[in-house]
Ligand binder design. Structure first.
Ligand code: AP5
Length: 221
């Protein structure tokens, strides 16, 4: 059993690295952004509420995301562990996660921070494309698809995310990096934090992320 938290600023590469960890440990990925985007696409009341915040680059209120995310974490496929991509994003969320895991006799085994300077993140977001079927992540500069506009893995159309427009990206950085630093501090104090250099090429970041998991890897066995 392993619960891994993947931390990083918007665009740091969490969505790129989450499948690498999930494959390595044989656990599902629980992505808070994916959960919220699915709710927006489905037009649910959660989706309508979330959309108002996401389109402005703001965090969805803690009470809402904590409820939705912890419900997801309780589902059967996550009992053997999970990679948490995008949650927690504030100290309140991190404490709520600790409480919920402790009630189930679990804990966060490792928090991996993918660290990238803000200037590099802005240009990454401009070049990001995601597939419409499964959210596979590409980058026109660093990780292009073989055929322009088409996902290598499932053949679906590649699109730019609504919140990847430059002004929204800048708002996301301004609003979301300070609470991220609180969460990093929380896991540093809990002695489960590992930091990897997210400026390296994608494969090198993957190697560093896997190396950073070793204690959690043992916990999974
Ligand atoms: P979410 O979907 O979680 O977005 P995010 O955290 O802003 O992260 P991103 O998905 O933008 O980036 P990433 O780190 O996954 O990078 P990626 O791998 O794609 O959240 C969206 C919104 O939902 C939030 O803004 C908020 O409103 C709301 N929300 C979500 N969770 C919430 C929560 N817990 N509380 C409140 N609100 C919440 O990579 C980026 C690009 O870089 C790609 O093109 C990729 O190919 C490329 N790339 C990756 N690695 C490298 C590398 N090493 N070198 C060069 N290029 C690279």
């Amino acid at each position: 059993m392993a619960v891994i938290v993947l931390l990083g600023a918007p665009g740091a590469g969490k969505g790129t690295q989450a499948p690498v960890i999930a494959d390595h440990l044989g656990v599902p990925i629980l992505g808070s952004g994916d959960l919220l985007r699915a709710a927006v696409a489905a037009g649910t009341s959660l989706g309508r509420e979330a959309d108002a915040y996401m389109s402005r680059g703001q965090l969805v209120p803690d009470a809402t995301i904590v409820r939705v995310f912890l419900d997801r974490l309780e589902q059967a496929d996550a009992t053997s562990g999970a990679v948490l991509d995008g949650f927690p994003r504030t100290r309140v969320q991190a404490e709520a996660l600790d409480t919920a895991l402790a009630e189930a006799g679990r804990r966060v085994d490792r928090a991996v921070l993918v660290d990238v300077p803000t200037e590099e993140l802005i240009s990454r977001m401009a070049n990001r494309r995601i597939c419409t079927a499964n959210g596979h992540v590409y980058n026109l500069a660093s990780n292009p698809p073989e055929q322009p506009g088409v996902c290598d893995l499932d053949g679906s159309e590649l699109v730019q995310r609504e919140d990847d427009r430059e002004e929204t990206v800048r708002a996301r950085m301004q609003q979301q990096i300070p609470p991220l630093l609180d969460v990093v501090d929380h896991y540093r104090r809990n002695a489960v934090l590992a930091t990897v250099d997210g400026r390296l090429p994608i494969e090198a970041v993957s190697e560093a992320v896997i190396a950073a998991l070793t204690p959690a890897d043992e916990a999974a066995r």
